[in-house]
Design a binder for this molecule. Sequence first.
Ligand code: FES
Length: 112
Amino acid sequence: MFKRACLSHEGMEEIKIAATDQVPEGMGIIVEVGGKSLALFNVHGEYYAIDNTCPHRGGSLGDGFLEGERVTCPIHGWQFDVTSGKGVAPPGAAIKSYKVDVRGEDIFVEME
Ligand code: FES
């Protein structure tokens, strides 16, 4: 795992979590990093990371169904916008999202 201090946000660090070829377009993968489980998605060549654990009852969002920017939890169907972590259904739900940076073939997330 590659880490470096993030100069733009004090107290944050960037951690390499995957290579671009590990995340097929229109799919998500699950990445364990820094004691957390993240779901990393490829939406038309743009990468987005959110917490993997559904806030409803713990479903794995990285195993969910991705349609455009929306992922559907495989357990009971809650939906989230992977670009922001905002709940789509129900709209009051939310999940933490992480800033993603792609450099070359490496995907980094910014974490505390
Ligand atoms: S655990 Fe995700 S919708 Fe219930």
